[in-house]
Write a protein that binds this ligand. Structure first.
Ligand SMILES: [Zn+2]
Length: 649
C-alpha cells in the first residue's frame, strides 16, 4: 500500500525547504525503534486503561446520560482522550503499512470512543465535557476553559485517522475513522461560524493554531487556515482580558510578530510557535517565520536546560529570565519537550538549518527520553536536573519518581502520540534529494529503492547506509543526493564508500553509492554553563555526543551524599568504561568531603581571610563513579541525582 503522511504535511504550494518523507520504518533493534515498540506495546494500552480508570471517558458519558457521577479531573480531560485517539491513529497507520493489523485494544477502544464522542456532540457541533460542569456556560471563559485547546487535539486525532488508508481497515475502524472526521469537522465549523459572526475565538492555551493548519492541509478547506492565522494575529492585544496570571501566561501579552523573548507558560509558547511556523509555511508569510525563529533562539540561547528541558519556574510553568536555570527547581515539563521537538522539527523543515535538528537531538535523547521509564508505563511530568537526597517528592508537579499517571494528565498521552508518529520526523524530501533529519536505524524509501540506516546513535558514532532494491534486498545504487544531518556533540571522522562533503551541519552524499560508512567521534566532554547562569556557576556537566550524563546516588559509595560530591581536582578526564543500564558508562573521578571537614555546619559560615578560600579540613575521600545517561536515570528505584556536578568548593 502507498505510504501516507504523518502529522506535518505541508501543502503543494507551501514555502518549505523539505517535506516529511512517508513510509519510513523504524528498526525495532535501534534506539528509537525500540522506544516506538515500547510505546505501541505498553504506553498506548496503558493510556487507554487510564482514560477509563481516571474518569476522562466518564466525563464525556455525563453528556450522553450514561454516567451520573460528578465530572472529575481538569477541565481539559477531553484532550487526553483525543491524544490517545491520535496515538492510536498513527500506530494503526504504521501497523497497516507493515502488513500487520491494529492490536485488539485499539480495535475495541477506537470505535467505542468515537461512538461516545459522536453521541456526546451537541446538535450545533459543540463538544466539551467541561461546559456546564462548574456552572460555566460554554465559551464563557476563553482564558481558562480550554475548549479550543481540546478542539485542537480533536482535529489532530481526526487528521491522524484521515491519514490511515480506509480501504485497509476492518469495517468498525473504517466507520470510526469517518465518524471522527465528521465530529471534528462539525466542531471546527461551529467555531468558524462563531468567528464569522464576530464572536471572540481565542484560547488561553494555544494548540488549536497548529491543529487548524493541519486540518486545512488534510481537508483542503482554506477557512481553517484563515482562522488559524486570525487567531495568531489576535493574540497580544489583551484580547483574552485581565487575569491574575497576567497576559504572558496566556500568550496574550504581545503580538507574536513583535515579541523578542520566549515568555510565559512554556508549553503554550512552544505550541503557539509550532502553529506560527505551520501558518507561515502555508501563507509564505516571512514575517511570521522570522518571528518564530527569533523566539526559538530566545528560548534555546538563554532559557533552555542542558537536557533540552524548557521552563525554569514551577510557578505558572513558565520560562524564567535569561540564564535563570536552577537545576534542582528546573520545571522542564514533558509537554514542553514534546512541543519544543514539534517546533524544532517544523523549523528544520521550513529552513533546512541543521541547528534545529541538533535541538531535536538534545530534546529527544535527554528531556524526552527521561520522561518515561523502560516499561513505558511510568512518567515524569516535570523533569528537574537534580533530585536531592531524601526528597519528599509526593507533589504531582515535582515527584521524586516517575508515576503511572497524573491528575493533570497532559504528559503521558502527549508522549504516546509523539512516539507513535516519530517515524515521520526521521527523513524529508528536498528539491534535490533526500534529507535524513534524524540518523537513526530505519528504512527510508528513496526513488523506488530504499536506504537502510544502521545507526549506533545516540550511544555510538557508527552510521552505515545501504541502498537496496525494496523487493529483493539486492544492492542498488542510490539515485539521489542524500543529506545526513550531523548530530549534536559529534565530530565527523571518516566517510567511506561515496563522494561526500560537509555543508553547514549536513553531510552531503552525492548519488551513485550502494553503501556508505560514516564514523563520528564522540568523546566524553566536560562542559560548563554561561557565566550568567548563576545557579550553575562552578559546576560541570558531562556529555557524550548528544547524550547528557547524570550522577545517581546508586553509583557512589555507601554513606556518600550526592550533595557532598565534587569533581576531583587534577584527575583524569572522564572516559567511557563499560556499560550502565545497557548504555555506555562514563567514569569520572570524584571527591566527597567527610562530614564536618568543611568547617562548622552552618548555613552561611564566614569565609577565609581573603574572602575567597573555602574552609579546609580533612583530606577529601576520592573515588570513581559511573555516570548514567540522563534519559535512563531513576530506573533503579528512588534516589538522588544530579546533572551538574560541583567542580570547586
Ligand atoms: Zn504535560
Amino acid at each position: 500500500m502507498r505510504p501516507a503522511p504523518g502529522p506535518v504535511a505541508p501543502g503543494a504550494a507551501a514555502s518549505v525547504w523539505a517535506r516529511p518523507a512517508a513510509g519510513v520504518v523504524l528498526d525495532p533493534g535501534g534506539w528509537l525503534g525500540a522506544w516506538e515498540r515500547t510505546n505501541r506495546e505498553a504506553t498506548i494500552d496503558h493510556c487507554i486503561a487510564q482514560l477509563a480508570e481516571r474518569g476522562a471517558l466518564d466525563n464525556l458519558r455525563r453528556l450522553t446520560g450514561e454516567h451520573d457521577g460528578p465530572r472529575v479531573g481538569f477541565m481539559f480531560s477531553d484532550s487526553d482522550v483525543y491524544k490517545v485517539l491520535e496515538a492510536a491513529g498513527w500506530e494503526t497507520q504504521r501497523a497497516l503499512e507493515a502488513g500487520e493489523g491494529p492490536g485488539e485494544t485499539l480495535a475495541e477502544f477506537v470505535p467505542d470512543a468515537v461512538d461516545l464522542l459522536s453521541r456526546a456532540q451537541q446538535d450545533d457541533g459543540y463538544l466539551n465535557s467541561f461546559a456546564g460542569a462548574d456552572g460555566r456556560a460554554r465559551w464563557s471563559n476563553l482564558r481558562w476553559d480550554h475548549e479550543l485547546y481540546c478542539l485542537g487535539h480533536l482535529l489532530q486525532a481526526a487528521v491522524a485517522w484521515h491519514r490511515v488508508p480506509a480501504g485497509d481497515l476492518a469495517a468498525p475502524l473504517a466507520r470510526a475513522r469517518e465518524r471522527l472526521l465528521g465530529v471534528a469537522r462539525r466542531f471546527a465549523d461551529h467555531v468558524l461560524a462563531r468567528w464569522r459572526a464576530g464572536e471572540p475565538v481565542l484560547c488561553g492555551h494555544p494548540e488549536i493554531e497548529t491543529a487548524l493548519v493541519e486540518f486545512h492541509r488534510a481537508t483542503g478547506v482554506r477557512a481553517y487556515l484563515d482562522l488559524a492565522v486570525a487567531m495568531i494575529e489576535a493574540r497580544g492585544h489583551d484580547t483574552l482580558g485581565p487575569d491574575a496570571f497576567g497576559p504572558a501566561y496566556f500568550q496574550d501579552h504581545m503580538p507574536v510578530r513583535d515579541a523578542r523573548d520566549a515568555e510565559g507558560h512554556a508549553v503554550r509558547q512552544l505550541y503557539l510557535l509550532a502553529g506560527v511556523v505551520d501558518a507561515a509555511a502555508e501563507t509564505g508569510d516571512a514575517g511570521l517565520l522570522s518571528a518564530a525563529e527569533r523566539l526559538w533562539r530566545s528560548a534555546h540561547a538563554a532559557k533552555m536546560h542542558v537536557t533540552g528541558g524548557m521552563g525554569s519556574r514551577h510557578r505558572d510553568e513558565a520560562y524564567g529570565d535569561d540564564y535563570e536555570l536552577p537545576p534542582d527547581r528546573g520545571y522542564a515539563e514533558t509537554c514542553a519537550a514534546v512541543a519544543d521537538f514539534m517546533l524544532s522539527h517544523r523549523l528544520l523543515l521550513a529552513t533546512g538549518d541543521a541547528g534545529y535538528g541538533r535541538a531535536m537531538d538534545r530534546t529527544l535523547y535527554n528531556a524526552l527520553a527521561a520522561a518515561v521509564d523502560g516499561t513505558g508505563t511510568r512518567f515524569f511530568y516535570s523533569c528537574p536536573l537534580q533530585m536531592r537526597t531524601d526528597r519528599a517528592g509526593a507533589h504531582e508537579q515535582a515527584p521524586a519518581e516517575r508515576a503511572p499517571w497524573y491528575e493533570c494528565a497532559c504528559c503521558p498521552p502527549n508522549l504516546a502520540r509523539l512516539l507513535a508518529s516519530m517515524r515521520h520526523a526521521v527523513a524529508a524530501s528536498t528539491d534535490d534529494g533526500l534529507a535524513v533529519l534524524l540518523p537513526v536505524s530505519a528504512r527510508i524509501p528513496s526513488n523506488g529503492a530504499e536506504i537502510v540506516v544502521e545507526s549506533a546513535l545516540p550511544y555510538g558514532g557508527a552510521v552505515q547506509l545501504s541502498s537496496r532494491d525494496r523487493e529483493s534486498g539486492a544492492p542498488e545504487a542510490c539515485g539521489e543526493r542524500v543529506r545526513i544531518r550531523l548530530p549534536e556533540g559529534a565530530d565527523l571522522e571518516t566517510v567511506a564508500g561515496a563522494e561526500a562533503h560537509v555543508d553547514a551541519g549536513w553531510l552531503v552524499v552525492e548519488p551513485g553509492w550502494s553503501s556508505v560508512r560514516i564514523d563520528l567521534r564522540m568523546g566524553a566532554m566536560v562542559r560548563r554553563a554561561h557565566h550568567r547562569a548563576d545557579a550553575l556557576r562552578g559546576h560541570r556537566v558531562i556529555t557524550r555526543g548528544p547524550v547528557v550524563y547524570a550522577l545517581e546516588s546508586a553509583d557512589v559509595p555507601a554513606g556518600v551524599r550526592l550533595e557532598d560530591v565534587r569533581l576531583a581536582q587534577g584527575s583524569a578526564a572522564p572516559r567511557v568504561d563499560g556499560e550502565i543500564l545497557g548504555a555506555p558508562a562514563v567514569v569520572v573521578s570524584l571527591a566527597s568531603d567527610e562530614a564536618g571537614a568543611r568547617g562548622p555546619e552552618q548555613l552561611y559560615p564566614v569565609a577565609g581571610a581573603d574572602g575567597l578560600d573555602a574552609p579546609s579540613g580533612a583530606e577529601a575521600a576520592g573515588f570513581t563513579a559511573r555516570l548514567v545517561p540522563f534519559g535512563l536515570w531513576g530506573r533503579r528505584g528512588a534516589g538522588a541525582m544530579r546533572v551538574w556536578i560541583p567542580a570547586g568548593d
